[in-house]
Design a protein around this ligand. Structure first.
Ligand code: FMN
Length: 267
């Protein structure tokens, strides 16, 4: 059952999930007919399309061993009908715990038939030059693995008659899942004098937390700590303030130094 076209659905504030998903799509080597980037708040508010026969690649980062709740809520709105899906989580070299299992469970509930699942490593959202963690990942080796995984998915789809003949994909993770991360209003980003109010931080914020006319004004109630505003600031004007998140960044940078490698699971 060769897939003629594929669709991508992802939540990716700092771009690593998007990059790996695109690498997998490159390996599958068929046309990408639709990209649904639910990082954009407006898209999460709109209806999700129904999915037909073609393969769908779905990806999200890991937040505290789970899916980010904004992404999970949106994924739950998807409707599929035995649509083959490849599922991906990106994590920052600590652990991915129950996130991939959660994504698989949501996909199955939505009517998808998982063909393949993967957990890849991306630069940790809290990483900085001072406290690096999985810096510059996915790197060349990771992207080669993403493409090779795509080739394996294509070969798997070629060898089966229909999704009904496919066996279950076993992934790591436990139930009940870890407790979801509780968001509390933390004021953890310092905006330095370098800021020229260009508005890019407001544009890339996945939850509309930054005032587009005043980059100094962040609604901490809306912030999901994704750090996209820090990573995409063209002049490096946004940095972690001393406090809780910076302490976590420091701790993780010391305790998660050992390089982890992507894990893939096929049906
Ligand atoms: C709030 C928050 C929680 C996170 N929790 C984890 C975690 O539990 N394990 C881990 O290894 N990385 C964790 N990360 C790092 C991200 O999973 C990682 O940086 C990922 O590559 C980001 O994906 P994106 O570039 O698509 O946004 C966390 C990041 C944030 C912002």
């Amino acid at each position: 059952m060769k897939s003629q076209k594929i669709k991508l659905v992802y939540f990716s504030p700092t771009g690593t999930t998007q990059k790996v998903l695109e690498g997998i799509a490159k390996g599958i080597n068929v046309e990408v007919s639709n990209v649904i980037d639910i990082t954009k708040p407006a898209l999460r508010d709109s209806e999700m399309p129904s999915f037909g026969d073609g393969l769908v690649l779905i990806g999200a980062p890991v937040y505290a061993g789970r899916l980010p709740s904004v992404a999970a809520e949106c994924f739950r709105k998807m409707k599929a009908n035995k649509t083959p899906a490849a599922l991906l989580v990106l994590y920052g070299n600590r652990e991915y715990e129950d996130a991939l299992l959660e994504l698989k469970d949501i996909a199955v509930m939505s009517g998808f038939k998982p063909v393949a699942c993967g957990a890849f490593i991306g630069e940790h959202s809290f990483s900085s030059d001072e406290f690096p963690l999985a810096q510059s990942r996915p790197d060349i080796a990771d992207m080669e693995k993403a493409e090779a995984f795509g080739k394996e998915i294509a070969a798997k789809l070629n060898e089966i008659e229909s999704v009904d003949s496919m066996s279950d994909v076993h992934v790591s993770g436990n139930k009940p899942y870890r407790e979801e991360m509780k968001l509390s209003a933390i004021d953890f980003i310092e905006v330095t004098d370098e800021c020229d109010n260009c508005g890019i931080c407001a544009e890339v914020c996945p939850n509309g937390a930054i005032n587009e006319d005043d980059a100094h004004s962040t609604d901490t109630e809306k912030c999901i700590y994704c750090c996209a505003c820090i990573k995409f600031c063209p002049v490096g004007a946004r940095v972690l303030k001393d406090g809780k998140i910076k302490d976590i960044a420091k701790h993780l940078s010391q305790s998660c130094k050992q390089r982890k490698e992507p894990e893939t699971f096929l049906g």
